[in-house]
Design a binder for this molecule. Sequence first.
Ligand code: CTP
Length: 396
Amino acid sequence: MTSLSGKRLLLGLTGGIAAYKAAELARLFVKAGMDVRVVMTAAACRFITPVTMQALSGQTVYTDLWDARVRDNMAHIELSRDRDLILVAPASADFMAKLANGLADDLLSTLCLARQSLLAVAPAMNVQMWENAAMRRNVALLREDGIAVMGPGAGDQACGETGMGRMLEPEDLFAAVAVLLGPKLLRGRKVLVTAGPTYEPIDTVRGITNQSSGKMGYAVAQAALEAGAEVTLVSGPTALAAPLGAVRVDVRSARDMHEAVMARAMASDIFISVAAVADYHVVDAKAHKIKRGSGNLAIELAPNPDILATVAALKKPPFCVGFAAETENLRVNAQAKRKRKKIPLLAANLAQETFGRDDNALTLIDDQGEHELQRAAKIVIARQLIAHVAGMLKSS
Ligand code: CTP
């Protein structure tokens, strides 16, 4: 028995070379005891045949909006009504654009528009298509609409290029669906997350910041929401949209972040400190623009509070999780950092392999030892981290 046993899935396939992976995906779901109904677009049928999907799912495969086999001839309604989840894998760029704009010109897109169930998509496309501005807008819209975007992953692509855009491997998609449909591991828990860089002003127009994009912290907030938690996201300056359902508190400097966190830490069950907090601020930041002079200009820096260590030192601290972005000696430095900050769990990564990227790999360090999370999209890693935290809380 798995947590997916008995769950009802509508697996939608659109046109892309990754359609071949949908065969393995269907097999994994069926093996887990799920009821899998497959719907394919005309383009998907050019990559893999309905016969293959029928054999693996053990059910009739539907491709046509006008399928006379469906009661009342309302395939777009009937086929999805009893489903717990619609998963479109692979989801092509064209299909995601249709979804984002509410278009419905074939069976699968119409089903999605008429849905009552959860909807998830597993993007699969060339890296340039994934990074295209129109695609960025569409993905943001899909997320705002509460659609779970699973992946994509990074790596070699069928077109010969390398980068983000590969559909997640069937095992990873299976895991993501298990999280989405599975038990709400953090139901009723209040989770406080910090994310992004901080900005320390030098004068009114200049400041000191760092290369953190905020993507990892936002992914952690999203994963905690999926796990049923109430999430507050204290964010330094980023261009990201907060995950739907999170309470967002915008801050600029480390001292602002410290204040925002301390006001909420006591009322939180879990504190996950993902932000890249500046260790110093500028003493005597000027309230006007500093003018050019002929000689050197010295800027004096004073230490900022260590937010995580301060929260961990509270009388009744929330369960504290730290992040460590190291540039060398990852394990040794991270182990020392965990001890110094007196926190039960620290997630370590190499700064040069995470900052600004959409994927990450983490080493989780706790009292039991080290656990490797293999490189994957940040949201996939975040879900694994949340599952680990939930496991630690359960056994504590
Ligand atoms: N952190 C914090 N407040 C700070 C500095 C860091 O809360 N002023 C948190 C970060 O959010 C992260 C953890 O502490 O969860 C480790 O951050 P890092 O910058 O790696 O640690 P530092 O203590 O600043 O050590 P160093 O920069 O010397 O590596």
